[in-house]
Design a protein around this ligand. Sequence first.
Ligand SMILES: O=C(O)CCC(=O)C(=O)O
Ligand SMILES: [Mn+2]
Length: 203
Amino acid sequence: MQVLPKGVRHIPGFLDRSRQEELVEAVRLVVAEAPLFVPEMPKTGKPMSVRMTNCGPLGWVTDRERGYRYQAEHPVTGKSWPAIPAALLDIWRAVSASDKEPEACLVNFYSADARMGLHQDRDERDLETAVVSISLGDTCLFRVGGKERGGRTVSFKLASGDVVVLGGEGRLAFHGVDRIYPNTSTLLKNGGRLNLTLRRVNP
Ligand SMILES: O=C(O)CCC(=O)C(=O)O
Ligand SMILES: [Mn+2]
């Protein structure tokens, strides 16, 4: 086993198959109310390869004009985000070590060729409370480093049902998704990977 950076916790197989199925059903209801949209990079407007939506009082969005931010409304429909499903709140309570509730759950959908570049999660005003991230569907290659860009990184696979917690010294760890391994899970009928990231936004 390789050593993960301090504060980065990987919990393989945290969710059994039936809890994974329950979450997929919950995400389906979220997506029905708050459709997946294509996020754009700030300034360039270049589309990201993931599609995303959110649930919770706040959602993370990005577009060319206004960049990375949290807002209470879906950028396309203008409607409030749906509530965070109870099954997700249970996971947060079990692993976040926070007594506050999460305010945002970002839903990322990765098709076979999607990826996410190395970045820090730092658009929150609260940079202390842990970030909790859940993987469903196809396996991905996840990469994580320290707080400095350009430092040493380690890579490992995230499979369906795995949970990652970035807490304490790991809260601002650089991380990203280098690739998806297609057809490695039967959870999602049409394949791909879902990532659910729970965050506290306000201190
Ligand atoms: O898909 C993942 O596992 C990570 C997603 C992520 O880092 C993010 O949305 O900020
Ligand atoms: Mn992130």
